[in-house]
Design a protein around this ligand. Structure first.
Ligand code: GUN
Length: 317
């Protein structure tokens, strides 16, 4: 029997509609969630991702503040822009599209973004909090995968999840999250140094392909009834397309779908969920500010009351 194809686009649309309603509520209180999106250079894939993110922000009623910097922009200029955005109260989130040109240190850039505005969840403080199971902004693609699993009714408790790929953006964080009690998976991380890849993948109940290479997962590598999540977004030259390319994932979709129980397509699987989770984090960053503002106002009111109270005398201390 052929696998259920998970409609990530539909699941993401429902989440985005819900976020749109919450944005309206915030707007009534005078707060417009705003994300600053910084793109350095003109890598076509990055341009396409950023365009998708900005379109989604606007559709959800949020504000997008875009910065397009030249490929050769000095590192200190990018850091200065981030500092300015950190201080800007009307900006709730800051996203620097990765990868960055080689002359810019990704580590320095991610460290510069204020953790409260780090809606990508890439700042070491947020990564550390995620690692120890504390509340933090979760990285969007791993978070999107977790929501897809949940919404599709895929059982994670006690499942063996095999993740192919060890990137900081997907492989490592999704592995950490799946081991947490809430998901309760046993996780194996595979990478280019893994010797017996097929043997390991065949024991997976949940197989997550995030290798960035087409046909990394073929049908013979998949256990019958496994759930297969394809994170790959690869551009394959295709003369029949206006763009000159088509998108394909890391999984041999047509053949694997005959073996798996669930499978995500590319496009239309994980990709739309990444964007939905970015909107969710941006909304949360704005809501945090709204709560902070209310609390500050309450504290100020309490402070005013305190001022009315006569200073404590030594006897009352
Ligand atoms: N490049 C690839 N994925 C991502 C992402 O989720 N966020 C950012 N900022 N850059 C990326």
């Amino acid at each position: 029997m052929s696998a259920t194809v998970i409609d990530g686009k539909k699941i993401a649309e429902d989440i985005r509609a819900d976020i749109g309603k919450k944005v309206l509520e915030l707007k009534k209180r005078g707060i417009i969630p705003c994300l600053a999106v910084i793109l350095v250079g003109s890598d076509p894939a990055s341009v396409s991702y950023v365009t998708g993110k900005k379109k989604a922000l606007v559709e959800a009623g949020m504000k997008d503040l875009s910065f397009r910097l030249q490929e050769d922009v000095p590192e200190h200029e990018l850091l200065r822009l981030i500092k300015k955005l950190n201080e800007e109260k009307s900006v709730h989130g800051i996203l620097v599209q990765l990868p960055l040109p080689v002359h810019i240190s990704e580590e320095k850039v991610l460290l510069e973004i204020s953790p409260e505005k780090d809606v990508d969840g890439f700042h070491p403080l947020n990564v550390g909090k995620m690692m120890i199971g504390k509340k933090a902004f979760l990285p969007c693609t791993p978070h999107g995968i977790l929501v897809l699993l949940k919404k599709s009714g895929i059982k994670t408790d006690g499942a063996h999840a095999v993740v192919i790929g060890r990137s900081n953006i997907v492989g490592k964080p999704v592995s950490v999250l799946l081991t947490q009690k809430e998901y309760n998976c046993t996780v194996t991380i595979c990478h280019t140094g893994t010797k017996n890849l097929s043997e390991i993948t065949r024991s997976a109940d949940i197989l997550i392909a995030a290798a960035g290479k087409p046909l990394t997962v073929t049908a013979d590598m998949v256990k019958s009834g496994a759930a297969v999540i394809d994170v790959g977004v690869n551009r394959i030259p295709d003369g029949s397309k206006k763009s000159g390319f088509r998108l394909t994932g890391d999984v041999d979709f047509e053949r694997v779908k005959e073996v798996a129980s669930y499978i995500t397509p590319v496009p239309g699987g994980v990709g739309p969920m990444t964007i939905a989770m970015l909107l969710s984090n941006t909304l949360e960053a704005a809501q945090n500010v709204a709560v902070g503002t209310r609390e500050t106002a309450q504290n100020a009111a309490a402070g005013a009351d305190l001022k009315k109270t006569p200073p404590a005398s030594p006897e009352t201390l």
